[in-house]
Ligand binder design. Structure first.
Ligand code: 5AD
Ligand code: SF4
Length: 465
């Protein structure tokens, strides 16, 4: 048997990068590449990079510093090692990457991954291609899984990209520049992929997009379908027990999405709905196109549709011009919503975005202090949310072996990790777990009577009004 060509893909940043990394590995599998965790032995190393904040972008260059040594020893042994920088840093910096890191052989932007086999051929001929022009054809057409072809087992949960890019242009954000304008995959392509995953044993799909609820894809009837309608269609696929979607924009929550939450038991009561700030002044400067009141109304309508809906958010502290008074409005919105969890970031100026050129940049020590206060408020809300689950029964989708021998870990409807003593044969099952203990990072449960449902949790988990 000839030795397989080894591929190492390292993914940074968002779930879409994780998905794209898998797709690149699928594409290269057709060329005989097999994934390895040991980058130093790989023939092909792909860094799928993130440009969202400065720290994320800098990680790429420090990783390339490490790889330089591996590449040198590979070449000393007469082995080839091809280095690819993909993702949003590739898109934003292009040629500059080759100047800063001459060991890099290929630079490829997120819309062009389907060109990889051709780019590899060029690199083999000694070229150093940079492919960051937004391709005219859709990468979605080119990265379709081969019809009826073998799919590598993915576990019981999977991501599916349904939409990519963003037309919102929040003043702090690079996404509209690195991922380009909004595009939605056609319904039939998405359905084919979800069916494929269901056949491979996947029980839960998360539909992903930078602005997923702005989805407006072509339906089989030739009309434009919304996310709500897509969710209704995905719910018809047998084998798929749970559906999630992320990330949503408050402006794009429409009636069809509310109806989907009202009607579909498969659709999990868990919504990542970034607000970024609680201050109307800051929201306007961010060009979020919604105020605090609009956001609260969207949350209220969601809770009307699904009373046990859990919310999570992203926050930015220290946006240019943010005063102590603005920041306090962010703190109060955290308590008002009662988030089940949230991510918080210090504002990081991104070259080329409007906010980077704004006056009144907030000093670093102020950002640090606000971040600590915000994280404390988020942690307090998260702990309160988890505490309300104690003594309730939650349905848990068992995903993989847990921390201790004999234990499995799965997720509650609200995305909380739940540890439970059960044999590995139960992976992929959804079991009712009585929550007996709340740990720092997960809940602990024991198997409840298998006929019980999680309806007891609904009233306990309703937060807010
Ligand atoms: N600085 C800090 N955080 C940012 N985010 C996006 N751009 C920036 C930036 N320039 C955060 C937002 C977004 C999340 C994915 O990253 O909160 O929702
Ligand atoms: Fe960035 Fe999200 Fe704003 Fe789009 S909606 S510009 S992805 S923060």
């Amino acid at each position: 048997m000839s030795e397989a060509r080894k591929l190492h893909v390292k993914s940074y940043g968002c779930q879409m990068n994780a998905y794209d990394s898998q797709r690149m590995a699928d594409l290269l599998a057709e060329r005989g590449f097999v994934e390895t965790a040991a980058a130093e032995t790989a023939e092909l190393v792909i860094l799928n990079t993130c440009h969202i904040r400065e720290k994320a972008a800098e990680k790429v260059y420090s990783e390339l510093g490490r790889i330089r040594k591996w590449k040198a020893s590979a070449e000393a042994e007469g082995r080839r090692m091809t280095i690819v920088v993909a993702g949003c840093v590739a898109q934003a910096e292009g040629e500059e990457i080759l100047r800063r890191a001459p060991l890099v052989d290929i630079v490829v932007g997120p819309q062009n991954y389907h060109h990889l086999p051709a780019l590899l051929d060029r690199a083999e001929r000694g070229d150093k291609p940079v492919d960051t022009e937004f391709a005219a054809e859709s990468k979605f057409d080119a990265i379709e899984p081969a019809a009826g072809g073998a799919i590598r087992r993915r576990g019981v949960t999977a991501f599916v990209t349904v939409q990519e890019g963003c037309d919102k242009f929040c003043t702090f954000c690079v996404v509209p520049y690195t991922r380009g304008a909004e595009i939605s995959r056609p319904i039939e392509q998405i359905i084919a992929e979800v069916k494929h995953l269901a056949r491979a044993g996947v029980r839960e799909v998360t539909l992903i997009g930078q602005n997923v609820n702005a989805y407006h894809g072509e339906g089989p009837d030739g009309r434009t379908w919304t996310l709500g309608r897509l969710l209704q269609r995905v719910a018809e696929i047998s084998g798929i027990a749970r559906i999630r979607y992320t990330t949503s924009h408050p402006r794009d929550v429409d009636d069809s999405l509310l109806a989907a939450h009202r009607e579909l038991p498969q659709l999990m009561p868990c919504l990542h709905l970034p607000v970024q700030s609680g201050s109307d002044r800051v929201l306007a400067a961010m060009n979020r196109r919604h105020g605090r009141g609009d956001y609260l109304r969207v949350v209220a309508r969601m809770r009307e549709a699904r009373p046990d809906m859990a919310f999570s958010s992203d926050f930015i502290v220290g946006f240019p011009g943010e005063t102590e008074c603005d920041f306090r409005e962010t703190l109060t919105i955290v308590d008002e919503i009662g988030y089940a969890g949230a991510f918080s970031f210090k504002y990081s100026p991104r070259p080329g975005t409007p906010a980077a050129a704004m006056a009144d940049q907030v000093p670093e020590p102020v950002k640090n202090e606000r971040l600590a206060r915000l994280q404390a408020a988020i942690d307090r809300n998260q702990a309160a949310f988890n505490a309300r689950c104690l003594g309730t029964t939650l349905d848990v989708l068992l995903e993989k072996p847990g921390r201790r021998p004999g234990q499995l870990v799965g997720r509650s409807p609200y995305l909380q990790p739940v540890q439970i003593m059960l044999p590995e044969s139960r992976i992929g099952d959804i079991v009712p777990a009585a929550v007996t203990e709340i740990g720092a990072n997960s809940l602990f449960g024991s198997l409840a009577g298998e006929t019980s449902r999680s309806d007891r949790s609904a009233s306990l988990l309703a937060v807010g009004s």
